[in-house]
Design a protein around this ligand. Sequence first.
Ligand code: MTE
Ligand code: MO
Length: 384
Amino acid sequence: MVRRTPEVLTRLQDSANRAQDKAFGLLKFKSLVHDPRVTSRVGTWLGIAFTICFVTGVLSHFIQHPAPWFYWPSRPINLYRITQGAHVISGVAAIPLLIAKLWTVYPKLFERPAVKSLLHALERISILVLAGAAFFELATGTFNAAQNYPWSFFFPTAHYAVAWVAFGSLLVHIAVKLPLIREHRRKEIDVSRRAFLRTTWLTSGVAVLVFGGSTIPFLRNVSALSERSNNGEQGLPVNRTAAQANVVTVDSSWRLEVAGPNGTTLFSREQLQSMRQTTAALPIACVEGWSQTATWSGVPVMDLLKAVGAPAGSAVRVSSLERAGLYNSTTLPGVHTSDPLTLLALRLEGKVLDLDHGYPCRIIAPSRPGVLQTKWVRRLEVIT
Ligand SMILES: Nc1nc2c(c(=O)[nH]1)N[C@H]1C(S)=C(S)[C@@H](COP(=O)(O)O)O[C@H]1N2
Ligand SMILES: [Mo]
């Protein structure tokens, strides 16, 4: 039996106090990184990543839904590949940054009183909106890059709309915090906090490395998540197979219809093959982030326009043999139809185009989103 001497009681009391201090310490979030100097540094990089992501995303939206004032050039041929690569890579880099940023500030969630003034309430709500929208963008973008759609809304519309919410609240947040950011970024930072920052940069870098290979050629062999590179028919990934698109067979009765100012002209594959062929290395740059260059051969669309007597630089509506599906028709603007590298491709890597890549012929145009590179083309219609 323990004899309850006063010393034992004191010792018990001491350790109880220590435990209590520890618990309160945790509750008070005494971690070193809950510090405005850390937050402002991570926040700056997160702001940069989000800005790149937003600008390149809006560009991609307007290329796919052109407004009358919008201009997108067909050169350099890799331009869209670069902007969309920057979009996906800045998004990937932002994921660890967002987690680190939230980690450095989350004790503020438990600040009491919850609301000090109207302004304070507005600021807190805007942060909630920003964090929610940022999380939504990064999560849906990641799932999209993996071609996984575990939701019922239409991804591009939702991703685009929430992007404006995220960027708008980001601008408000920066405006409100600018004095604090300025003040704390100039302050020296000690070793342990620097270690947290270094880990954050490293994690972000690793995330870029494991994903970047799907669009940056020299990273291909180190990127664990670039599984869509170099595999697929004819060494090129396939985004939607012929079977998925319900384009089962294309027989010899197939003719390309070209509707021009003097009616519709039909071209067999042999006739197309006997026209002047252009061979060029051109990329497919999928909006989902992967991109790859291949050697395509075929008839320049400008030659087909000439053959049917349509004015050079006309816009062309492209329709696919694919009956249903969102991507069975597209419009090639004049900027693209007047580029000699906008091809109706018949061959890939010197061989007849595989059915999965769009046999009997497909559109390959420079500096365009992959989703607009229509496969299994049935009809071109000149619109002026
Ligand atoms: N008719 C049709 N064309 C299409 C598609 C489609 O679903 N239907 N997918 C597009 C998308 S999203 C991409 S990225 C490219 C991929 O071309 P590939 O499968 O030959 O690599 O084809 C495009 N052409
Ligand atoms: Mo795509």
